[in-house]
Design a protein around this ligand. Structure first.
Ligand SMILES: [Zn+2]
Length: 146
């Protein structure tokens, strides 16, 4: 796995948080962290997503979080499905930008969150990572550890 190019245009006011992995492999659950092999926790977090041709979407999404190295993993297939139900664009292209404060997310659900509101309470991701899965399954780099 490797680190992908970082976005330079920070949006959120809060300090960047979490290293983010968009997992394109539906059959890989990431019960262990792809980076440090620690058991991950299930967390539902309000994500801020920029959808091409639509704009910002706030989406409460169940993710995997590694508390040790602060890596957050979201399933691409699940995100695709949730986003398709929310926005209608000819071709779904999006970037998950970061996480937003839960109160703002709640306001957003009822249509009361402004763009500034979101920006003021949003933390961009620190970095983006991608994972490679071999045909036999995904293995952490340090298989002998633990
Ligand atoms: Zn980790």
């Amino acid at each position: 796995m490797g680190r992908t190019a970082n976005r330079r245009d920070r949006i959120g006011t809060l300090p960047p948080r979490y290293d983010f992995i968009l997992n394109p492999h539906p059959d890989v659950g990431f019960t262990r962290c792809a980076r440090c092999d620690t058991r991950t926790n299930v967390r539902k977090l309000p994500l801020v997503i920029h959808v091409e041709g639509f704009g910002l979407v706030l989406l409460g999404k169940t993710c995997r979080l590694c508390l040790r190295c602060d890596t957050l993993v979201a399933h691409k297939a699940e995100l695709d499905r949730l986003l398709r139900a929310m926005v209608s664009v000819p071709k779904l292209e999006y970037v998950v930008l970061g996480t937003v404060n839960r109160q703002v997310y709640q306001r957003g659900l009822s249509g009361h969150a402004s763009l500034d509101d979101v920006k003021d309470h949003m933390a961009d991701f620190k970095s983006y990572w991608k994972v490679d899965v071999t045909p036999g399954g995904w293995y952490p780099k340090n298989r002998n550890a633990g």
